[in-house]
Design a protein around this ligand. Structure first.
Ligand SMILES: [Zn+2]
Ligand SMILES: [Zn+2]
Length: 322
């Protein structure tokens, strides 16, 4: 039963107000009834009095006639005077009788009106009570029809029973407590996300002024933007290449110096030995040929050494010539 039904509420209030009005009307009717009763009693008393005076006067006049017939003049006169006196009293009562009649009529009319009003209120009250009863029946029937739409299912998370109405636009999948939990979890996730986002800051690149995004938790806080950093790296690589080239050239020169020193020392030694042995001129030509062979062999060794250096550091030795 729906307590908040507007029609039922209205009818309840109407019954209350009509009941109160009916009680007031009933009390008014009863009061007017008493007044009418009292007016009727006064009228009745006066009518009795009037009738008694009339009867008594009539008796006195009969007695007076009787006295006349008996030639009792004094008796006849006395009875006649009594009769006139009673007639005067009767006339006096008659004056009050008209007023009492009018009063009774007016009281009766008031009472009749009050009774009619009370009946009218009673009819309205009965009608309101009837409507109230019908409305309750109607609501009961409606409630019964609605009960059909109430169904149950299990919560998708904890399995608890959920009651739902199949006419709802959105049929819940989770119970109230799970929904609250899920909402709290989502809030927690969003809070964490916001906290993570708050760790990301921005500042200008010290080189070009472009905005850099960085995380305050990074151990290395950047001062330059990726483009500037790339440029620095490129410049560093170029510098290192040049340095490596210079070093290779120095090593090459040194090797040449050392090897030429060794070659010439060997040649000189051989030439000296052969000169000392004092051999023939063709022997000299042979020596020259040998020297050339040794020199050629040394050049090949040097080339091999350069090749080894290239193997050790190919990037720095690239483009290096003998
Ligand atoms: Zn649940
Ligand atoms: Zn920059």
């Amino acid at each position: 039963m729906r307590e908040q039904d507007a029609t039922l509420q209205y009818l309840s209030e109407r019954i209350d107000s009509l009941s109160a009005e009916y009680e007031r009307a009933k009390s008014n009717t009863s009061h007017l009834h008493d007044q009418m009763e009292s007016a009727w009693q006064s009228l009745h008393d006066l009518q009795e009095e009037y009738r008694e005076y009339k009867e008594q006067a009539s008796y006195e006049f009969q007695e007076s006639q009787y006295c006349w017939s008996m030639h009792d003049g004094a008796g006849a006169k006395e009875h006649s005077e009594n009769g006139h006196l009673l007639n005067e009293k009767k006339a006096g009562v008659s004056l009050y009788l008209d007023g009492a009649h009018a009063k009774f009529d007016s009281e009766k009319s008031e009472f009749d009106k009050a009774v009619a009003y009370q009946r009218g209120i009673k009819e309205q009250l009965d009608q309101a009570r009837n409507e109230h009863k019908l409305r309750i029946e109607e609501l009961k029937a409606q409630n019964l029809r609605e009960q059909i739409h109430w169904k149950e299912k299990s919560c998708g998370r904890c399995g608890a029973t959920i009651r739902y109405n199949d006419t709802w636009n959105h049929i819940p999948n989770y119970c109230k407590s799970c929904k609250e939990k899920m909402n709290a979890e989502r809030e927690e996730r969003e809070k964490k996300k916001a906290a993570e986002a708050a760790k990301w800051m921005e500042k200008p690149c010290k080189q070009c002024g472009r905005t850099i995004r960085y995380n305050i938790e990074w151990s290395n806080q950047p001062n330059f933007c990726p483009e500037c950093k790339e440029k620095f790296e490129y410049e560093k690589r170029e510098r290192e290449k040049t340095d490596a080239k210079n070093l290779a050239r120095d090593v090459e020169k040194l090797l040449f110096t050392i090897l030429h020193g060794i070659i010439f020392r060997i040649i000189a030694k051989i030439a000296n030995q052969n000169l000392k042995k004092n051999k023939k001129v063709r022997r000299k030509n042979k020596i020259i040929k040998e020297v050339r062979t040794i020199n050629f062999a040394l050049i090949i060794i040097l080339e091999r050494m350069t090749f080894i250096l290239e193997m050790i550091n190919p990037s720095t030795m690239m483009g290096m010539g003998m």
